[in-house]
Design a protein around this ligand. Structure first.
Ligand SMILES: [Zn+2]
Length: 117
């Protein structure tokens, strides 16, 4: 679920490449090349954003803020996300505390994006 959410958000929300190794192309200078976009990475493997870290949380927050989806996300959250949180957990939680959490924020943004498809 974590990798799926990372991949989904990178591809759908930001139109980015979810990089994949091209094992047959490992260069002698220990670079790896993405088999989809051709981007080179130092080391033996490509690297993708991990939105489940605090760095990833900041990345997702800033990216969402740059789009016109920012306000729509919070409108959706007010209408749909809150009910879902309530019914899923049967437990009251303070809304800002929920969203200021890398895993939860990434999950909610994914749910929001899936609802727009
Ligand atoms: Zn790539």
């Amino acid at each position: 679920m974590k990798d799926e959410t990372n991949k989904f958000l990178v591809e759908k929300l930001f139109g980015g490449c979810w990089h994949e190794n091209m094992p047959e192309m490992i260069a002698p200078d220990s670079h790896q090349i993405c088999k989809k976009c051709g981007k080179a990475f130092a080391g033996s493997t490509v690297r993708n954003p991990n939105l489940y870290t605090w760095q990833g949380f900041g990345w997702l927050w800033e990216k969402l803020f740059e789009t016109d989806l920012w306000e729509k996300f919070f409108e959706w959250y007010e209408e749909d996300g809150w009910d879902r949180v309530w019914s899923a957990d049967d437990d009251f939680r303070i809304k800002p505390n929920e969203l200021i959490d890398p895993a939860t924020f990434a999950t909610r943004v994914r749910e929001f994006m899936e609802g727009r498809e």
